[in-house]
Design a protein around this ligand. Structure first.
Ligand code: URA
Ligand code: SF4
Length: 213
């Protein structure tokens, strides 16, 4: 058996033959397309069935995702799980991924503080998200926040103005735009937090209806 071909520029196996998400995830472990792999623990790839009808796209892994290698398992993931469940969406049946697949952070003592990925990093990581969409071919993509919207739509998108709307891409993919669940976590005032939680739940109910359509 010949060894898997490894390209010189990147330590990832050639992808022409990636016929499943499992193979793609394996290939992404060695990605060096932008500098973010250097400080992070591991590539956090998308998770969910290959034939999911909807793909949720977040920003990038956080501290806990970086350590476990799984998307949306930290505080934002908990909020996301509860609201998906309230909307009647089964997380096991959807595919969940991130626009950028390595954790970008600033060290602050022992803590690692989330730092926003820039346009170049989002663009570099589109290599992977485009391939995830090519393999899964879902009916709907959900952009959770501005980074995901920028990745999916290829341009800066005002999320607050566009939330709840479906934008059809040139390739026919429908993209539903909403906020990132961590936005709810950051609101301090309880009444405002609850109101935002309700708005996000309404958005998820819309997604549920769009999934059925
Ligand atoms: N925030 C994200 O955007 N993605 C994760 O996986 C976790 C937190
Ligand atoms: Fe590759 Fe994306 Fe990681 Fe950059 S963030 S090294 S493009 S997987």
């Amino acid at each position: 058996m010949p060894a898997r071909r490894v390209s010189v520029a990147h330590a990832e196996p050639m992808l022409d033959d990636a016929t499943s998400i499992t193979e793609l995830r394996e290939a992404a472990k060695g990605c060096r397309r932008c500098p973010l792999w250097r400080e992070a623990t591991q590539t956090v790839f998308g998770e969910g069935p290959d034939d999911a009808r909807v793909v949720f796209v977040g920003e990038q892994p956080g501290d806990q995702e970086d350590l476990t290698g799984k998307p949306f398992v930290g505080p934002a993931g908990k909020v996301f799980d509860i609201i998906l469940d309230d909307a009647g969406i089964d997380r096991q049946k959807v595919y969940v991924t991130n626009a950028v697949k390595h954790f970008k952070f600033e060290p602050r003592g022992k803590r690692r503080i989330h730092s926003k990925p820039n346009a170049g990093e989002i663009q570099a990581c589109r290599w992977w998200i485009d391939k995830e969409f090519e393999l899964i071919r879902p009916d709907l993509a959900v952009a959770l926040g501005a980074t995901a919207a920028q990745s999916l739509l290829g341009k800066a998108t005002p999320v607050m103005k566009m939330r709840g709307q479906v934008i059809e891409r040139e390739d026919g993919l429908r993209v539903f735009v909403t906020i990132h669940p961590s936005f709810i976590l950051r609101i301090r005032e309880p009444a405002d937090k609850e109101a935002e939680r309700e708005r996000f739940l309404r958005d998820m109910r819309k997604v549920k209806r769009l999934m059925a359509a």
